[in-house]
Design a protein around this ligand. Sequence first.
Ligand code: ADP
Length: 259
Amino acid sequence: PKTIFIQNRSKDELYTLANTFNRMISRLQENINRQKQFASDASHELKTPITVIGSYADLLLRRGVNNVKHSRDAIEAIHQEAMRMQKMTETLLDLASSENETSIDVGKVNLTQVCENLVMQLQSVYKREILLHKENKPVIVEADELKMKQVIIIVLDNASKYSKSKIEVTVGEDEGDAFIRVKDSGVGIPEEDLDNIFERFYRVDKARSRETGGTGLGLSIAKTIMKLHRGDIFIQSKEGKGTEVELRIPVLFKKTEGA
Ligand code: ADP
């Protein structure tokens, strides 16, 4: 009976091993596919501004620069697309570096203070009101301050790009988590797009996002950074009514879990 037991066990083990191996292979394949998709999306995104720049430059060359208005329009368009490309390459580098990172530089961070400072600074950049709701007791967490600031800026930038009225920020703590909520009453996101919003390069309205200088990479970077904190980002939205983004991280950073 002992031999049978061992035989059985090793069969089980072989089975488990084969299963694990298969799972690893399919995960690798998924990663390879994702990388391929990324390369093709990235080159597509960069090609568009290059085409625009090329055709306006061509127009200027063929028509000459005699018509001042036309020349100005063309140069403006070239300038705008060049800026967009610059922003996109910077953001892509940012994304690559945040995705390659497996650890973050964790220290004590006063999230309430961080929100207060960012709200003050960005109010004057956006030239509009941002309301901050906070408790008397500051929310102190273990986090990477620079990275958390980056995420909050991404979310506030979106609120400002996709809405016209006031923006509300709430910072607080519940059940061992710290949260920051950013609410706007802007254009909102259609329900069918909500699942894709964290995909790289995904934009609900490509034309509108292009006008607002969007790259479709912001939320993807935000998600990566929140996951590095063992936290997450959630979005609730109603088309035409507005959007609320919630950033959540454990107050205490758990070192042992995950990568
Ligand atoms: P982008 O650079 O285009 O803003 P993001 O990854 O930050 O890229 O966001 C992806 C898309 O999600 C945006 O293009 C926009 O369609 C939608 N979105 C994000 N935040 C908001 C918001 N607050 N209100 C409405 N739509 C939003």
